[in-house]
Design a binder for this molecule. Structure first.
Ligand code: DX5
Ligand code: ZN
Length: 225
């Protein structure tokens, strides 16, 4: 299934509950929660207290993207704060395998993220271990940036590689995704789309609806089934 994961970073922080309820009502399956530590990336965003308090707002998957140095230090806290998926950056983990196993042992899904310039080869030995691979299509740290075109080729290569191994792993693409380039991203082989500034704003409901319509139209292209 094609999945929309609106990034809360672009939401109105004075009405987070309402924003999440709106996207859930329109069919978005995930809420993408960008945790930034001011060290792995320049910005600091939010942490467990905010996530924990939002849990009761809507029945939606909490997709936590940790842009944090050595995230293994916090994985347990985020599971307690009701994360359903925890994605860590390969670049931020000294022992990536250990961190992935730690996440899985706590009963949640494990994702690994790669920055745009990081080679897919770092995942050679991890492909069958992870539930989701997040390909960054901007340099992490800020919302509202422009999609980096070479990532489309990277998505294609990764999907081919997964297919060759008979794996149906989710490929999530994050950064600069909008209604104009979403088809390209899906056609390349991604099935989980993060979108922040293209979803949240004055027209959150209408934007989510338009994304969900596009996803339904593209469902026949979805190669992960
Ligand atoms: C960037 C974050 C993204 C970002 C996406 O560091 O990981 O999730 O908020 O926002 P847009 O869709 O505006 O690029
Ligand atoms: Zn993100």
């Amino acid at each position: 299934m094609l999945i929309l994961a609106p990034s809360m970073l672009a939401a109105d922080f004075t009405r987070l509950g309402e924003e999440i309820r709106t996207i859930a009502e329109e069919g978005a399956q995930y809420i993408h929660l960008d945790v930034m530590d001011g060290a792995f990336v320049p910005s600091i965003s939010f942490g467990t207290p905010v996530i924990q308090k939002l849990r009761s707002c809507a029945d939606i998957v909490f997709d936590v993207h940790m842009m944090v140095e050595e995230p293994s230090r916090y994985v347990e806290d985020y599971v307690k704060a009701s994360a359903d998926i925890i994605t860590v950056h390969a670049e931020a983990c000294r022992h990536l395998d250990r961190t992935v196993q730690q996440i899985k042992s706590l009963g949640v899904k494990a994702g690994v993220a790669l920055n745009p310039a990081t080679s897919l080869s770092v995942l050679d030995y991890m492909l069958d271990q992870v539930d989701m691979i997040l390909l960054m299509s901007v340099n992490p740290g800020f919302g509202g940036q422009k999609y980096i075109p070479y990532v489309t080729e990277k998505i294609k290569i990764l999907r081919r590689c997964l297919n060759e191994r008979g794996l149906h792993t989710d490929i999530q693409v994050d950064g600069g995704v909008n209604l104009a380039n979403a088809r390209e991203v899906i056609h390349a082989g991604a099935n989980v789309l993060v979108a922040g500034s293209a979803v949240f704003g004055d027209q959150t409901r209408e934007n989510t609806r338009a994304f969900m319509k596009l996803l339904r139209e593209c469902e026949p292209w979805n190669v992960t089934r």
